[in-house]
Design a protein around this ligand. Sequence first.
Ligand code: NI
Length: 395
Amino acid sequence: MLSQIKDIAAPLAPRLIEIRRHLHSNPELSGQEYKTAAYVAGVLSSCGLHVQELVGKTGAIATLPGTGEDSRLLAIRTDMDGLPIQERTGLDYASQLPGIMHACGHDVHTTIGLGTAMILAQLAVQQGGLPGSIRFLFQPAEETAQGASWMIRDGAMAGVSAILGVHTFPTIPGGSIGIRYGALTAAADDLELIITGESGHGARPHEAIDAIWIAAQVITTLQQAISRTHNPLRPVVLTVGQIQGGRAPNVIADQVRMLGTVRSLHPETSAALPAWIEKIVASVCQMYGAKYQLNYRRGVPSVQNDLALTQLTESAAAEAWGNDRVQILPEPSLGAEDFSLYLDHAPGTMFRLGVAFEDQPNYPLHHPQFQVNEVAILTGVVTMAYAAYKYWFHR
Ligand code: NI
């Protein structure tokens, strides 16, 4: 079946590059992917798939019905949004929209979703149907970690038995696949902390409650406590990225506001973090007579790749491209990915698609010069289509 899939995919490659370049030239910001979704719906309809538009606000869903021999429903998720970045690649198909760029490869992901749908639709015709049904999820607003929850709210995961996803990766050679067992990305939460003391003369600290000094104590105690009270094999990163307070050099500040991000990999660690942070903040503030307000907002959980489905994608990639083009990734990323929200509804796995060039510089994701080695598109669609095919013969 792999050779049939490759035979269908090879002649589609120029069309897929054309699709990817169209998407790249026309990026849209999170939650505004109207033209992208309409374009996606057009391509899907032209391969005979039934498309539901405006699912998850600006997303789309298409279904390839199976013969019913297998009652399971497989979902394939790709994301569609660009970033508020001014592109500086100099490519002739660079973004036509000032200040908006596909700098995270979501143009490639969308293309892989479309290419996989084209291949499997043709394969279904050749085979007289695939055993079970496949639902293609084209998700908006991944960069703002909103889109997955919008899709789920609109029923995208209803009846889904398993879900597959993909993300480009610029440190893996173009055309290779990265497979990660267990945690792929981190849980990412937002922190806002307001510490309130009492203002006073800068020369008479004993008559005031210095919110800046107490804020410094809170930050220092949190960073020290991470190293002493958390299992070092279950990492936590707490970054205060923004802090404001005070009005004059000789006036003790009565209030400090800080904003931060909290990352962790282990679900139990993640669950315990808000109470742990509050305990430290409360203790330090109480010790020095300050008040505090802590707003801890859950972002997205960690992506935990399912063992059996990860084995499935690894074997699909290895059969398709050989073991030397499959890397087992030893480490997760402390980046975040809202693919994790789907995993509350069904097991899933996300693989990494190498997009690095051998003969030109490679820039990181979210960089204004980020570029994709387009050989990866064929690798991505064949791997995804073959993994989806193998799913029906894998329990
Ligand atoms: Ni991304």
